[in-house]
Design a protein around this ligand. Structure first.
Ligand code: HEM
Length: 538
């Protein structure tokens, strides 16, 4: 070996080690900067009140994903006030605001500057289709304009009767299940999920799917599997997966579906849910596309001619959209077939589980407050006895906001600052994640008083002085992205509730029963919510 060769090798390995050492140094600095230096000394938000940094890598995020949804946020607001800064994971800044002025700015006035963050849109798009929930700006405005007629009051009034076939089937099933004076323990969430799925299929597509009688209805099954994934850990895993470039698209491909079992086969616990996600979404999309195809076929066969077709009398959302599409002219927004499938998915995803969770927690709260349950029965019983298909106006006048206030089906949502700005006098740098802590806003003592977290329906008869009709109960949020299905959901919930309360009593399944909502996107109860149900007439 020549001397020159040896010395070259020395120079080479010396340089390589320097490069590796340098890279390691930069990486270490970057980590320390992200985890400590920036959040502690440089972040413009560092002086805001809030909990300490917490875990070296996860910050306070670990607590958030492992706790009941909205509860850590509520504890922090109690301790630090209406503007709170939270750090984590990996040094990420998050801020939450409670005051109406701040919410008005973020959600209503400057909504375009505070879109849903990209990863949330990707997750929502994956499970509820790329529709209203994932678009923003002009595209959202046009899409919303096309949808609005389907949710108009006259249409909802005409639609209300469509709820009752499913509701009557539910009442019949409960009645046949409960044949003794002792009553029977029933997994309430499962039944609420089935009845709301039937109602949304009927109202959105005019289709009858008998998931109440058929325990293995394909669509109900696929949703059950998808919703079983709701947990803080799975959501954290999904966020990580969705930020990998190309991954959201890949997960929707035929290739991913054919190879979905690979994720389970890895035996890596965190990856196994991807198999269920891909499988259930593939099936939900397939069934939705079939529903849409049937609807299109129906419209072609009926030869949609405005005013004289059979379809033009139909009140389901899809018929209205199909009709609107045939009328569109000029450069107005025209919904493609793919966009229509996405809307199908959005209505199924956004309008099914939310309403099911809302109903389930309402029954839980009433089961634990027999006096309120009896009062409600005294109110709806006589109405129901006269006519078991209560109409829109009767349902509208019933009060049921208290349970949606205390246990909002969507406990929290997110926005991201698209530019640097001031909110409630606080400088918010571009890119900051903003929590909209719905459950905390709904139970803020500053507005609702010392018993804010308690279920007390009578409070609606004498609203507190600080009550603001838009910003004190935020279960459907406000502004251009507010829930388009709000009125429909409330009327539907009341129709189901009136029938159940008129016919059955609800009690906790056992003494000391405790039940928790999933720490995830909606408040689905983790145990399916068993309740003791008895017939009123026994
Ligand atoms: C109790 C039941 C319901 C609750 C608590 C609820 C709550 C919400 C909330 C909080 C949002 C805003 C999410 C965000 O911006 O991050 C939302 C949006 C939405 N909801 Fe609902 N929802 C319910 C029922 C429904 C129903 C029945 C439908 C449709 C049939 C529906 C369709 C939608 C759609 C399409 C959006 C997106 C609106 C937009 O961005 O323009 N929801 N909902």
């Amino acid at each position: 070996m020549s001397l020159a060769f040896t010395s070259n090798m020395f120079v080479f390995s010396f340089n390589t080690s320097r490069v590796i050492l340098g890279a390691f140094g930069v990486f270490t600095y970057w980590i320390v900067h992200k985890l400590y230096i920036y959040p502690l000394f440089l972040s413009p938000l560092r002086k805001l009140p809030g909990p300490p940094l917490g875990h070296p890598i996860m910050g306070q995020f670990g607590r958030v994903i492992n706790s009941e949804s909205g509860i850590p946020q509520r504890e922090w607001c109690k301790e630090y006030g209406p503007v709170v800064r939270i750090v984590g994971p990996v040094g990420l800044d998050r801020v939450m605001f409670l005051k109406p002025e701040a919410l008005q700015k973020i959600m209503v006035k400057d909504w375009l500057d505070y879109p849903r963050p990209g990863f949330l849109r990707k997750i929502l798009g994956h499970v509820t289709g790329f529709g209203l929930l994932t678009t923003t700006g002009e595209e959202h405005r046009q899409m919303r304009k096309a949808m609005n007629p389907a949710f108009s009051i006259p249409n909802l009034m005409a639609q209300t009767d469509m709820y009752y076939d499913a509701i009557q089937r539910l009442v019949d099933i409960f009645t046949s299940h409960i044949d003794s004076k002792e009553g029977r323990e029933i997994q309430v969430y499962d039944w609420m999920s089935k009845v709301t799925l039937e109602i949304i299929c009927k109202t959105a597509f005019g289709l009858k799917i008998d998931s109440l009688h058929n325990p293995h209805n394909n669509l109900a099954d696929a949703y059950e599997r998808l919703l079983s994934l709701q947990s803080g850990r799975n959501i954290a895993m999904l966020i990580l997966v969705m930020i990998i470039p190309g991954m959201p698209k890949f997960l929707q491909t035929e290739f991913a579906y054919r190879h979905r079992h690979v994720f389970k086969a890895t035996h890596i616990e965190a990856l196994a849910p991807l198999t269920i996600l891909i499988d259930s979404m593939y099936n939900i999309k397939r069934i939705s596309a079939e529903m849409l195809r049937d609807k299109m076929k129906e419209s072609i066969e009926a030869g949609i001619v405005e005013g004289d077709s059979e379809l033009s009398g139909k009140k389901d959302i899809m018929s209205i959209l199909v009709r609107a599409r045939t009328r569109e002219v000029g450069d107005e927004y025209k919904m493609s077939d793919e966009a229509m499938v996405n809307q199908v998915l959005t209505f199924l995803g956004a309008g099914h589980e939310t309403t099911a969770s809302g109903l389930t927690w309402t029954l839980w709260l009433l089961a634990n407050d027999i006096s309120s349950q009896n009062k409600l029965r005294a109110e709806v019983g006589p109405l129901y006895a006269q006519n078991s298909r209560l109409d829109y106006k009767t349902l509208r006048d019933m009060k049921c906001m208290e349970s949606l206030r205390v246990m909002p089906p969507v406990p929290i949502t997110l926005r991201k600052a698209a530019k640097s700005d001031y909110v409630d006098g606080v400088f918010i740098p571009k890119g900051t994640l903003i929590w909209i802590p719905i459950r905390v806003i709904n139970t803020w003592k500053e507005v609702w008083g010392q018993d804010a977290e308690e279920f007390r329906p009578e409070r609606w008869l004498n609203l507190p002085e600080n009550y603001n009709s838009t910003f004190s109960t935020f279960s459907f949020i406000a502004g251009p992205h507010a829930c388009i299905g709000k009125t429909m959901a409330i009327i539907e919930m009341k129709a189901v509730l009136a029938a159940l309360i008129a016919n059955f009593t609800f009690e906790p399944a056992y003494e000391g029963q405790k039940t928790l909502p999933a720490a995830a996107i909606t408040m689905k109860p983790t145990d399916g919510m068993p309740l003791k149900v008895k017939r009123v007439d026994l």
